[in-house]
Design a protein around this ligand. Structure first.
Ligand SMILES: NC(=O)c1ccc[n+]([C@@H]2O[C@H](COP(=O)([O-])OP(=O)(O)OC[C@H]3O[C@@H](n4cnc5c(N)ncnc54)[C@H](O)[C@@H]3O)[C@@H](O)[C@H]2O)c1
Ligand SMILES: O=P(O)(O)OC[C@H](O)CO
Length: 365
């Protein structure tokens, strides 16, 4: 046993790649782990072969993980409940689990998505459904297959509740998985959800043959845009300097292991959205997130040219090649607006124009 101080009972809801990877970490760390999933055949395979042939076929699962389709037996006696269910099904699974949840338990969402009705993040859904005090989220640069391969990885547990932060650090922190703490739950959760949008754009840019300068510009301006949105939603901008902000953005915008990146790449090669999603065969949360975030940004008056550009490519039939113009036609404003506000740059431009000293700044080819 690594850092866990006492043997704990952990429940994982979800039989996908991340749920399976987290279940195995907790078991590697000495916990009793029970994993809930709906598919009887997959349950049998996990228990018999210690392998999840549907989502992580190439990796061994710690034999201490026991899978079941029975929510009651999985949840009863669990100190920590990790929920790794796509956002569209998250609430219904929490509702089904509710009879066996209790206020003493620590409930942690690992899902990087947004619920359409009310623009709710998954920890808010947990709060609404249970009203329990120990609620947190896990987010960070965490490609499930790399974790399953025991590649050195770090994540963030975010909660206003110190017990939640500490216990998750103890239960999951081990020689290949580091767990850093944050009390900005909203910022960390938004970071995880928002970066999926830009991972689609990055996959698309790669397929279109754009260079490293372009990729760097895309990721950096994405960081400016997502932190602008999150701050307008009440998050702390400093959170975006951390693993759940720039950390997750880097990995998801750079890796073919990311499902969001792969959807973008498929779009960039000319597939339609339906074809790209069908080819993936798994959930890419960013497809839904971009629609919800653009609607919310318009409502709040938050400037998000990259997300808007991607939204048009995904849903309005605009060719993927036009993503490039989204990058180049937006306002030339402040680099880091938490240092030099956008409004100050805009005001200076207006004053220059007013004095007739303004140069169009355009450059042809
Ligand atoms: N895969 C990763 O690398 C990774 C890493 C970090 C976070 N996440 C986040 O974790 C969440 C889950 O990801 P994943 O990779 O495990 O997803 P996945 O697509 O691999 O699997 C999701 C699981 O949920 C189950 N499911 C779907 N609808 C359900 C329903 N109505 N009722 C019960 N179960 C249902 C599926 O059968 C599957 O077992 C996602 O929101 C993702 O953003 C994923
Ligand atoms: O496969 P994706 O695109 O859902 O991304 C996985 C994780 O969020 C990376 O941290």
């Amino acid at each position: 046993m690594a850092m866990a101080e006492q043997q704990s009972n952990v429940a994982v809801l979800g039989g996908g790649s991340f749920g399976t990877a987290l279940a195995s970490i907790a078991a590697d760390n000495g916990a009793n782990v029970r994993q809930w999933l709906r598919d009887e055949a997959l349950v049998a395979q996990i228990n018999r072969e210690h392998r999840n042939g549907r989502y992580l076929p190439d990796y061994a699962i710690n034999p201490a993980v026991t899978a079941s389709t029975d929510l009651k037996s999985v949840l009863t006696g669990a100190e920590l409940v990790l929920i790794a269910i796509p956002s569209k099904a998250f609430r219904s699974v929490v509702q089904a689990a509710k009879p066996w949840l209790s206020p003493e338990q620590i409930l942690v969402s690992t899902t990087k998505g947004i619920e359409q009705d009310g623009f709710l993040l998954m920890s808010q859904v947990l709060e609404q459904e249970t009203g329990f005090p120990h609620i947190g989220v896990i987010a960070g640069p965490n490609l499930a297959s790399e974790i399953a391969d025991k590649q050195l990885t770090a994540t963030v547990i975010a909660s206003a509740d110190a017990l939640t932060r500490t216990r998750v650090q103890q239960v999951l922190g081990c020689r290949y998985f580091r767990v850093y703490a944050s009390n900005d739950r909203h910022g960390v959760e938004l970071g995880g959800a928002l970066k999926n949008i830009y991972a689609i754009a990055a996959g698309m840019a790669a397929a279109l043959g754009m260079g490293e300068n372009t990729r760097s510009m895309l990721m950096t301006r994405a960081l400016a845009e997502m932190s602008r949105f999150a701050v307008a939603q009440g998050a702390n901008p400093m959170t975006f300097l951390g693993l759940a902000g720039v950390g997750d953005l880097i990995v998801t915008c750079s890796s073919n292991l990311s499902r969001n990146y792969r959807v973008g790449h498929a779009l960039g090669t000319g597939l339609s959205l339906e074809e790209a999603v069908a080819a993936l065969g798994q959930v890419a949360e960013g497809v839904n997130t971009v629609k919800l975030v653009c609607a919310k940004a318009r409502e709040m008056g938050v400037y998000m040219p990259l997300a808007e550009g991607l939204n048009r490519v995904l849903f309005d039939g605009v060719p993927a090649q036009e993503m490039a113009s989204t990058l180049m036609m937006g306002e030339q404003s402040s680099d880091v607006e938490f240092i030099l506000p956008r409004e100050a740059v805009q005001q200076a431009h207006r004053e220059q124009a007013h004095q007739g000293q303004h140069n169009s700044g355009g450059c042809d080819e």
